[in-house]
Design a protein around this ligand. Structure first.
Ligand SMILES: Nc1ncnc2c1ncn2[C@@H]1O[C@H](COP(=O)(O)OP(=O)(O)O)[C@@H](O)[C@H]1O
Ligand SMILES: [Mg+2]
Length: 308
């Protein structure tokens, strides 16, 4: 798992006038993995990606890609990265294949096999007659990805590539991004404001909130942080707490309000706790093992209403 870090930013900052949109972000993307940048709209995801791709200037901080500083090496680095930032400007009166031909020519390479391959990866036909204007949103997004992978780049930077897609379209994109990464060893930096989507796709997650990187960890580590506890509801919490401590030997618990107690000590089975209360004649109105999910965790660390 200790893959080499292939892209990193150090205290990367973007200021627009006196607004700091990206605030000292230090993130680390490892080779051959999918890194999901997760944050609400306006969090700073696009701005981070634009700075990495040289589409907007860096106010402060450093970026390093493929083990070299971006500054001074951009001309060597950028041909090795494919990207989608906002909608690529495809021509509506051309077909998908023709559009890719135009973009390939702009990059100075035109290779029929590369175009065929890129289209087949995203499941679009080669040389059909449908023009871009009659494409569905899903097809447009796929063509964007085909264009990003045309030069067989080592790294992909994709800004919300599934925006506006239906669940089936999202699942399809997820499958081929995973393939690109896990079968072909590509590295992917992808952004999204949808937690459930990132949770199904990413190996590593960076949580961006109001320009700050609040947390960076593997998806597995994040999942472990989601809390487990036993929740009981008792009309008399004083009596219930006394029973917990003196009969069950449980001291790691908190009384939430005048009815609910959360038990963090999970040594005893839920059923054993229930029986013990029942035998002591202490009435419980509710008893349940609760697992806070990632969404709850996200809400907790961003201190707000959370994310879709
Ligand atoms: N060109 C710009 N000029 C001024 N403010 C901008 C510009 N681009 C983005 N911002 C601001 O920077 C913040 C982060 O935006 P953005 O990176 O687009 O967020 P996200 O991609 O996470 O939705 C927002 O408050 C946005 O209004
Ligand atoms: Mg954005």
């Amino acid at each position: 798992m200790q893959n080499e870090i292939i892209l990193s930013t150090e205290e990367l900052t973007k200021k627009y006038g006196n607004q700091t949109s990206v605030n000292q972000v230090s993130l680390n993307v490892r080779k051959g993995r999918i890194y999901g940048l997760l944050g609400r709209n306006g969090a700073g995801k696009t701005t981070i990606m634009k700075m990495i791709l040289g589409l907007t200037s860096v106010s402060e901080g450093r970026i390093s890609v493929f083990s070299q500083p971006l500054k001074g090496n951009a001309r060597k680095i950028y041909p090795r990265i494919g990207s989608i930032i906002e909608t690529p400007g495809f021509y509506s009166n051309l077909t998908g294949t023709e559009n890719l031909q135009v973009f390939a020519r702009l990059r100075g390479t035109i290779n029929k096999t590369a175009i065929q391959n890129a289209l087949s990866v995203v499941g679009l036909p080669y040389k059909d007659h449908k023009t871009f204007s009659s494409y569905s949103l899903g097809m447009k997004q796929r063509l964007g990805i085909a264009n990003a992978i045309l030069n067989d780049p080592e790294m992909l930077i994709l800004d919300e590539p599934t925006n506006g897609l239906d669940p089936i379209g999202i699942a399809e994109i997820r499958i081929f991004l995973k393939k690109l990464c896990h079968e072909q060893g590509k590295t992917i930096l992808i952004s999204s404001h949808i937690l459930s989507e990132i949770a199904l796709l990413a190996d590593d997650i960076g949580i961006i909130h109001e320009g700050l990187l609040l947390e960076e960890s593997t998806l597995d580590q994040l999942k472990k942080k989601s809390e487990q506890y036993i929740l009981i509801q008792a009309p008399d919490t004083a009596k219930a707490s006394y029973h917990l401590e003196n009969e069950l030997g449980i001291t790691n618990y908190s009384v939430e309000d005048d009815q609910f107690i959360r038990i963090y000590d999970l040594q005893k089975e839920v059923s054993a706790i229930g029986q013990s209360f029942f035998h002591a004649g202490i009435h419980l109105t509710h008893l349940e093992l609760c697992i806070d999910n990632l969404e709850d965790y996200f809400k907790k660390i961003t201190g707000g209403v959370g994310i879709a």
